[in-house]
Ligand binder design. Structure first.
Ligand code: SF4
Ligand code: SF4
Length: 189
């Protein structure tokens, strides 16, 4: 059976340490000043009544993929497990996908000259049975990843016990990245 991968970011557990972002940068050789993954911290209020909210910003792995639809060469594609990737041999750097992505998740990598983004570490880790680098290093288990068809998986259990929110769900892109909203924090897109 095909895997049905999902990732969940629990904003109640996230402490904004950026370990995930650093691990992603190291694992995927992301150039300086660019990122595949960031956790954006928003603070509201006046000390000592401060509230903080942590939001993961990355590709959300759409099921209905604007980036794949507009790609003129087939460089942007979905694996058989439904994870969106970029084939560097086919990418012509036209930037159509960057414009089409409603999550501002893509950029041109100045080293490879190709469109780049979070891949859920598909080729380098997930296809070998490992978790994405960000999930592996998270010190608070705020990130959970796996096959949601597997009823013994952590991601299945997390989804079952949580109220999940999907980023920009109104667009109908059906993201595979979901959030557990921060109950104490502020809310923004
Ligand atoms: S978030 Fe953007 S780059 Fe990722 S699959 Fe969706 S449209 Fe493509
Ligand atoms: S590593 Fe975990 S706790 Fe740290 S910023 Fe990333 S998701 Fe949040």
């Amino acid at each position: 059976m095909k895997k049905k991968y999902r990732m969940i970011h629990d904003e109640n557990l996230c402490i904004g340490c950026q370990a995930c972002s650093v691990a992603c940068r190291s694992e995927n050789k992301v150039p300086d000043d660019l990122f595949r993954l960031q956790v954006r911290v928003k603070t509201e209020g006046v000390f000592p009544d401060l509230r903080m909210d942590m939001k993961r910003h990355s590709c959300v792995m759409c099921e209905d993929t604007p980036c794949v639809t507009v790609c003129p060469t087939g460089a942007s594609f979905k694996t058989e497990d439904g994870l969106v990737q970029v084939d560097p041999k086919l990418c012509v750097s036209c930037k159509y996908c960057i414009v089409a992505c409603p999550y501002e998740a893509r950029f041109i990598n100045p080293v490879t000259k190709n469109a780049d983004k979070c891949t859920f570490c598909y080729s380098n880790r997930v296809s070998k049975g490992q978790d994405p680098a960000c999930v592996t290093v998270c010190p608070t288990d705020a990130l959970v990843f796996g096959d949601i068809n597997d009823t013994t998986s952590e991601v299945y259990k997390k989804a079952k016990e949580s109220t999940l929110v999907y980023p920009k769900a109104h667009l109908g892109t059906k993201p595979k990245l979901a959030f557990v909203p921060n109950k104490k924090g502020v809310s923004y897109e």
